[in-house]
Design a protein around this ligand. Structure first.
Ligand SMILES: [Zn+2]
Length: 285
């Protein structure tokens, strides 16, 4: 069950690893970009299929393959972010088309799908940035540093970014391994004052989870920030609050009961119809 990459884009074959890149260009994929990478990710997270099949890189002797890494294309999948044209490594300058967080997050999901499909372990020699190929595979790459600089975390060096990325991929893999897949979930209807919110709520360990953004909107809460584990928001009574946040395949989920309570609401659970109704709190006695 893939997260983001269509199954038919991942033909059966044996691949050794994934090398990630940026195109050092603009935010949208050009025809030339599509020749060089199997999967391309634009600034808004849009995923584009390159001209070559992944299986074209099984062997490169025939010249029909995606040439993404000098001396290291055989058995390696090339994934690239469309960004960082004119960027300079030192002193750091991110140029007109800096890498976006959306691209970075999407790339982790893409790599998680590829790791699962091709049984590729998440390690520095099997899931790595172009800029790490010299260090971990011993194949020099002439000053390459892609895609290992994060404009929102300029303090991190190239190899630290590589580690961080592998952590993101592991997290994406464990998210779907521990959380039920969509087909296995027990769905829950989420109502707010009796009106169906129209979101995919589901049960996890006796907690009802739902996507946080539509829920916050319906409850007049304003999300101010999210990090790895928490969502920060301003509740309707104008208090700064936070709730645990679970990223599931790119969508942030919260416990409806927890979030609603922090917004000053009560919840009513109807076990028979699997419905959770968020209601205004009655008068306190
Ligand atoms: Zn590259």
């Amino acid at each position: 069950m893939s997260r983001i990459v269509p199954e038919k884009w991942m033909p059966a074959c044996q691949m050794k690893g994934i090398i990630t890149h940026w195109n050092a260009g603009a935010h949208k994929a050009s025809e030339l970009d599509k020749e060089h990478y199997h999967l391309l990710i634009e600034d808004d997270g849009r995923l584009i299929r390159g001209d070559h099949e992944i299986s074209d890189n099984l062997n490169t002797g025939d010249g029909d393959y995606a040439a993404h890494t000098r001396g290291c294309n055989t058995g390696y999948i090339g994934v690239s972010l469309m960004c960082m044209g004119n960027a300079v490594q030192s002193p750091a300058y991110y140029g007109k088309w800096p890498m976006t967080k959306k691209q970075w997050e999407t790339m982790a999901l893409v790599c998680a799908d590829l790791c699962e499909r091709y049984q590729i372990p998440v390690s520095p020699t099997t899931v790595l940035g172009h800029g790490e190929v010299g260090k971990y595979l011993g194949i020099p790459q002439r000053g390459k540093w892609d895609p290992l600089a994060l404009p929102w975390r300029p303090e991190l060096g190239m190899y630290a970014v590589g580690e961080l990325f592998r952590d993101e991929v592991r997290k994406a893999l464990s998210d779907t391994n521990t959380l039920p897949t969509k087909d296995e979930r027990t769905p829950v209807n989420i109502l707010v004052n009796g009106v169906d919110l129209g979101v995919d709520g589901y049960l996890l360990d006796a907690n009802t989870l739902a996507p946080v953004r539509p829920l916050a909107k319906a409850l007049d809460a304003v999300i101010t920030n999210v990090d790895e584990y928490k969502v920060y928001f301003v509740s309707p009574d104008n208090q700064r609050r936070e709730a645990l946040y679970l990223n599931h395949a790119g969508v942030g989920h919260v416990s409806v009961r927890d979030f609603a309570t922090k917004c000053g609401k009560d919840v009513q659970w109807d076990a028979k119809s699997h419905t959770l109704n968020v209601v205004s709190r009655g008068p306190a006695f």
